[in-house]
Design a protein around this ligand. Structure first.
Ligand SMILES: Nc1ncnc2c1ncn2[C@@H]1O[C@H](COP(=O)(O)OP(=O)(O)O)[C@@H](O)[C@H]1O
Ligand SMILES: [Mg+2]
Length: 437
């Protein structure tokens, strides 16, 4: 059974204090995964519910589905399916009480093809109704009002089996300009993610001609992501395994070919298929995008669970970051805005826009400000190491750790430093002395 905060099952559990009932939209957003290529037809009774469905239908998570929304509730549905075949999923809203609703549903079921799933949005928090619906094979009963994200989580649970490994989340990195350190940050965050969470991470290097994932992780793979993109339909677990390059126990790269004598015509569809296969195998797919703007780059950005824009604090970066931010925000109403990382701050002798002004102009606080540090970044890069591997004392090392935790939504799980014991003896005195100095 799916876990969904607005089901009666959990409302029932609430008496025992189910914490899931308090699920926020942010939590729904994190758990809702893309829904496969299915057809969904909804029959609503209330305008607000139709609006919720409309918002969901326009969301990136339903980009592959085909949704049609009708009014008229279950009566309209019955009339419709007497004449037409049923889709993969029917969403029925009903304001009816238990007995009426059950009679209507039994009637509807006479016209439902085998394999069609039914989700009911009801207006009564009625446990007996819920059980009766499940007995009749209804996939889920949600109690209105619901939010688009709660609905999407619910639908995604139907198609991403809770018994199977959850589908991994996709974090996409793009630079506001070339050379601002987007790939470096992408690789360091991916590495830190795999080390801190002890979880599998795949870095997909989509900078086919100039990608640096191979160099940064000191690998020289022969095969990689281009082979997958050229025939995405062939990509299965075995082939994926062959095409990946293992960099550490838990981190693999899907390396770019980095050759210039072959043309790679990347299509958005191919990228989609490849990333979909990859995310089935690992909890985190970290996508390193080139600094270009093409339909497939845009699509990869818009489809990602998290987006990180790296910018250096100058005018061109500000303009580009703003443009990317605007286009992404405009079509992702149910997602957090892209994250901003300011990199190479404080480069000697370079005039800079103050971080505060930069953030104000963009309307986003930077998630992290990373200083220019040519010694550690340069050496790490030359050695084919991550910054923290090269020097755990580098100022950027804890920042990468922090970014990794934030982007994976595990910040709360961070191993807290041992709480300091209450100050005793000399320490308050020493503190004071330190302050005076
Ligand atoms: N904070 C930093 N301080 C100094 N050098 C950096 C910093 N961040 C990145 N670099 C260096 O900048 C260069 C370009 O980085 P890269 O990640 O390839 O940029 P992008 O992917 O945005 O084109 C690399 O040599 C990298 O080591
Ligand atoms: Mg790059």
């Amino acid at each position: 059974m799916t876990r969904q905060a607005t089901t009666v099952e959990q409302i029932e559990e609430q008496e025992g204090g189910s914490p899931d009932l308090l699920a926020t939209d942010a939590e729904h957003a994190q758990r809702a995964r893309p829904i496969p290529r299915i057809s969904i037809q909804a029959f609503c009774e209330v305008g607000d519910t139709a609006e919720v469905l409309q918002v969901a239908a326009e969301d990136r998570r339903l980009a592959k589905t085909h949704v049609s929304i009708h009014m008229g509730g279950i009566h309209a549905a019955i009339a419709h399916y007497q004449e037409n075949p049923t889709p993969n999923l029917i969403v029925i809203e009903s304001t009816d009480e238990r007995s009426d609703l059950l009679v209507q549903l039994d009637h509807l079921s006479e016209f439902c093809d085998a394999g069609t799933r039914v989700v009911v949005i009801g207006h009564h928090n009625d446990v007996i109704l819920y059980r009766e619906l499940l007995k009749r094979g209804v996939s889920e009963y949600l109690v209105a009002p619901i939010t688009p994200l709660a609905l999407m989580e619910s639908l995604s649970n139907l198609y991403n089996s809770p018994d199977a490994e959850p589908v991994g989340s996709v974090i996409a990195f793009i630079g506001a300009k070339g050379g601002v350190g987007s790939s470096t940050i992408c690789h360091n965050v991916a590495w830190s993610l795999s080390e801190q969470l002890k979880t599998n991470v795949i870095v997909a290097d989509l900078d086919l001609a100039f990608g640096t994932a191979g160099l940064d992780f000191n690998q020289d793979p022969i095969q990689g992501i281009a082979d997958a993109l050229q025939s995405p339909e062939r990509l299965d677990e075995m082939l994926l395994d062959r095409l990946l390059t293992k960099c550490s126990e838990r981190l693999s790269i899907f390396a770019a070919p980095v050759v210039l004598d072959r043309d790679f015509d990347i299509s958005g569809d191919a990228c989609d298929v490849v990333i979909d296969v990859v995310r089935k195998h690992v909890p985190f797919v970290v996508v390193d995008l080139p600094h270009t703007w093409s339909p497939w780059v845009k699509r990869m950005l818009l489809q990602a669970d998290e987006i990180v824009i790296t910018a250096a604090p100058d005018l061109a970066n500000l303009r580009n970051a703003k443009n990317i931010m605007d286009i992404v925000k405009a079509s992702r109403n149910n997602d957090v805005p892209p994250r901003l990382v300011i990199n190479m701050a404080g480069m000697p002798k370079r005039p800079e826009i103050a971080i505060k002004e930069f953030a104000a102009a963009l309307g986003v606080e930077p998630l992290q400000v990373i200083e220019f540090d040519c010694e550690n970044f340069g050496q790490a890069s030359n050695n084919g190491q991550m910054v923290e591997e090269f020097s755990a004392k580098a100022k950027a090392a804890p920042l990468f750790r922090d970014l990794a935790l934030t982007l994976s939504h595990r910040k709360d799980m961070r191993v807290e430093k041992k709480a300091k014991p209450p100050a005793r003896g000399l320490s308050p005195l020493l503190q004071k002395l330190k302050l005076k100095r």
